[in-house]
Design a protein around this ligand. Structure first.
Ligand SMILES: [Mn+2]
Length: 434
């Protein structure tokens, strides 16, 4: 039996906007969080120890990570090299250099000849000797049209035609690899791809351009004992025979991953039988708080109570609250910031709700066409202070509506109206809304 840790989508160096500078280290706390999650995977690999580590791609946000980020990544993977644990680093779309061959951020490990390290930047089969026997790993990095096709072949074709051609070509090349496999030893396909049956996560927003979708039938082959995927940040299982698994990202890259569990996959492979399990990682919590204050008589108290109800300690918090324009002054910003301060980091997004969209008088409903007199009656029924002149107002309004000559200008209309309204109303603006 060969024991494997399969992790993916490390994205080290991402999401700095959700962190802050750690004064003790000078580093962004989100870099430290990602390194911590990664170190938990490596700790487990060393503690067992495992026979092989498979990384499913997307080490960094791009092919040119800063030295501090590269160093943080290398320090963790170096521990595997020191422990003589064979490791396969697959190249994801974020690791690829945009031009030509090579240049991926992970290729440096091959250039330096790190013992036991294999870089998967092309479709090929690697026979790897582990403490518990040999295993075959087919690496399938992120495909672009230039991987398997030449420019003349794709000239004048639509995107979907290119996609079909690429899938056809991939099928042929993969078939070639499969035919050369040794059927007596365990085999794993390690691929960075978007399978057609996968549910999306944050990678949809992170990808620079839309990539190709691979039919699941292409990779669900019984010659594989395990299909180790990367690219989709949400952990999911796409098949059981053989297991086809996305471990997902190791930390939350953004709020779209708020509700997702983060972790890696533990795999035990024997030729013909595979056992696997998802192992959660202590990723930092993300928390979105949405509070509608527009109906609240005390918006400040309602807002603070909503924050205090949530466990925001050490979480990345996003507070969204809705309020009416006339409530803006009722929110005390200093107190709000003090209440939300126990969060690891936070952003506050006030949203002003449109008054017109709200039913000011429930009996009138929203959006319905109302007769002017009905509207006025409903309005007056809600205004105790206008009770004495209610009858006069209704008569004045009726007179206005029954004028034979149409009012020719707004001035004329408002002139008559203000004449009737002036004595009884000082700061009332609601009439104009009717
Ligand atoms: Mn990816």
């Amino acid at each position: 039996m060969i024991k494997i840790i399969h992790l993916s989508d490390i994205h080290l160096g991402s999401g700095f906007s959700h962190g802050k500078i750690n004064p003790a280290t000078g580093l962004n706390t989100r870099l430290e969080d990602f390194v911590h999650s990664l170190s938990c995977c490596i700790d487990r690999a060393l503690a067992e120890p495992v026979d092989l580590v498979l990384f499913g791609g997307d080490a960094f946000p791009d092919a040119t990570p800063t030295p501090i980020v590269q160093q943080a990544f290398a320090s963790q993977f170096r521990r595997l090299a020191d422990a003589q644990i064979p490791t396969v680093l697959l190249v994801g779309n974020h690791d690829q250099h945009s031009q030509g061959q090579g240049g991926a951020s992970l290729c440096i490990y091959r250039t330096l000849g790190v013992p036991g390290f294999v870089v998967g930047d092309r479709l090929e089969t690697h026979r790897i000797a582990t403490r518990n026997g040999d295993i075959q790993v087919i690496t399938l990095p992120w495909l672009t049209r230039s991987t398997l096709l030449t420019r003349p072949e794709t000239e004048g074709l639509s995107l979907s035609e290119v996609n079909h051609l690429l899938i056809d070509r991939l099928q042929i090349v993969l078939e070639g690899e499969i035919r050369r496999l040794d059927p007596t030893i365990p085999t794993v396909l390690l691929a960075h791809l978007m399978a057609d049956s996968a549910r999306y996560g944050a990678e949809r927003f992170l990808a620079v351009s839309k990539g190709f979708t691979i039919p699941i039938s292409l990779i669900a082959r019984d010659c594989f004992d395990y299909v180790a995927l990367g690219h989709v940040h949400r952990h999911q299982v796409l098949g059981e025979q053989p297991p086809i698994v996305y471990p997902g990202s190791i930390e939350r890259v953004d709020f779209s991953e708020e509700k997702e569990d983060k972790g890696y996959v533990w795999v035990e492979v024997t030729r013909g039988t595979t056992r696997w399990e998802f192992c959660p990682l202590p990723a930092r919590r993300f928390c979105t708080l949405t509070v509608d204050l527009s109906e609240s008589p005390d918006p400040q108290a309602t807002l603070l109570a909503a924050i205090e109800r949530e466990v925001i300690q050490d979480a990345v918090v996003r507070l969204v609250y809705q309020l009416r324009p006339d409530q803006i002054d009722e929110i005390d910003s200093a107190t709000l910031h003090a209440t939300i301060a126990p969060a690891h980091s936070y952003t506050i997004h006030p949203e002003i709700v449109s008054q017109l969209a709200r039913p000011r008088l429930p009996e009138l409903g929203v959006g319905a066409t109302i007769e002017p007199m009905t509207a006025l009656k409903a309005y007056l029924a809600n205004r105790e202070d206008l009770k004495e002149i209610q009858a006069d107002m209704l008569v004045a309004a009726q007179n206005l509506l029954s004028l034979d000559e149409p009012l020719t200008s707004l001035e004329a209309r408002s002139g008559i109206l203000s004449h009737s309204v002036q004595p009884m109303s000082t700061s009332d603006t609601q009439l104009s809304l009717l």
